[in-house]
Design a protein around this ligand. Sequence first.
Ligand SMILES: *[C@@H]1O[C@H](CO)[C@@H](O)[C@H](O)[C@H]1NC(C)=O
Ligand SMILES: *[C@@H]1O[C@H](CO)[C@@H](O)[C@H](O)[C@H]1NC(C)=O
Ligand SMILES: *[C@@H]1O[C@H](CO)[C@@H](O)[C@H](O)[C@H]1NC(C)=O
Length: 462
Amino acid sequence: MGQPAQVPSRTPQLEPNSKNRTRLWLLIPLLCFISLSTLRLGLVGPLTQRSQPASTEPAFPDLPRHCTAIPPISSSVLEARRNTLAKRLHQLGAAAYIAEPSSSAAYYFNVSEAHWRLSERPLLFVVTPSVDGVSDEGDVTANVSLLTPKFEATRAKLLPLSPSAYIQWAEEEDPFAVLFDALHLPSNSTVYIDGNARFFVADGLQRALPRGQVQNAPPQVVEIRERKTPEEISILRCANEATLLAIRATHKRMHIGMHESDARELVAGALAAVGLERAGCLTLFGENAALPHGSGTNRVLKKEDFALFDCTGQLHGYWSDVTRTLALPESSIPDDHLAIWHHVHAAQSLARLATYPGALTNHPDIVARARLALDGYGPFFTHRLGHGIGLDVHESPYLRGVPVSQATLIQTGHTFSNEPGVYIEGKVGVRLEDCMVVEEGASYATFLTAGVGGAALSPWEP
Ligand SMILES: *[C@@H]1O[C@H](CO)[C@@H](O)[C@H](O)[C@H]1NC(C)=O
Ligand SMILES: *[C@@H]1O[C@H](CO)[C@@H](O)[C@H](O)[C@H]1NC(C)=O
Ligand SMILES: *[C@@H]1O[C@H](CO)[C@@H](O)[C@H](O)[C@H]1NC(C)=O
């Protein structure tokens, strides 16, 4: 589902500049000297004793890094994506595509907000289609330009992309006017802007191109990122497998009487051990799990309680999202709660079979909801079935029970979460979530966790 409350902040840090780096290097010998001297003087005896077991004995010896064999996206794939975009722009008669640092910029240019923090000074990535030859039949490739604040041009040039032009705007200039001057677009051009771009950017661009049209990128453009390639699918698959392995390893180390915060710390260690980045989980016990995004209390696990883990983590920029509602060997779960678990499990299985190329995006949601309604739990499944997942934890397309006129088609390459849940406030919450992929030639979606066994078998076998 994704966790507003407990996931570490996604606010990126600025890269240290080279001056800071030099200072750090100067500090290292000094720090070594200080720590050696304090050790010799016995000043930090108890402290080193406490920290030693942590460094020599990993907390999860049974949990090796899971994805070392999975390569990141290569520069040739990034280039192919930009050329696909350029062809699409050309077909649609658009003169340019513009994005701020974002997941879309990560997709096309390998630059996310983690590389360049958004500020009031726009930094924009621009793709214009460049048509080879005079006729429209020629090959269309992407011409990349980067609009950067002039005083930050040196830092912009350190970003991992090589545009054909760095367009610089000085503090006293209108950045958007500078951009269009440099691009020499016809004044009546249509320009697409990435859906994540901020309003003042879209507005500024439109004002600087008064006879043209600045529009949200249409579905034909958004669709490029929605449909994942085999490289992306293998990254997503491994990230989701690793997340599930971390939850299972955590499960084995839990005990009745622990706090939600203990479980959260434990699972964070497991997610780090399997090699995921920016990872975190919602950990909710008993009736706290009835609030899909948590309650903020730090409840103790009792014998009658389910424990819910909803975890995300990143591999090469791509996200996992896995939820397990589980019980310990010594738990004694009330029968009606166990029944709910099995209904949710059945809804999740059916929803996977209802996810196939050519189905509408509302179909799996309707099927899962109908399954839960059979047992009277319809009103307690209070959120959509799932969301697209990739460089964003939640991205289009979404699996929602919208009217047919608002639904879109499920296509090969789509990756979704499949996460039915039943939430009875003050009593119990059960959610089961595995992400799934719709692959070429398959009759219906497969779970991205299938390589490590896929969906849970029971509350005791997550
Ligand atoms: C993308 O950026 C990352 C740093 O975030 C870097 O490690 C990787 O090599 C870059 N990939 C390409 C293809 O440039
Ligand atoms: C690419 O765009 C820049 C403007 O940003 C322009 O100067 C250059 O001529 C373009 N190159 C091609 C091959 O169209
Ligand atoms: C834009 O203006 C040019 C002339 O400068 C004209 O040929 C073209 O048809 C116009 N395009 C649109 C979409 O109005």
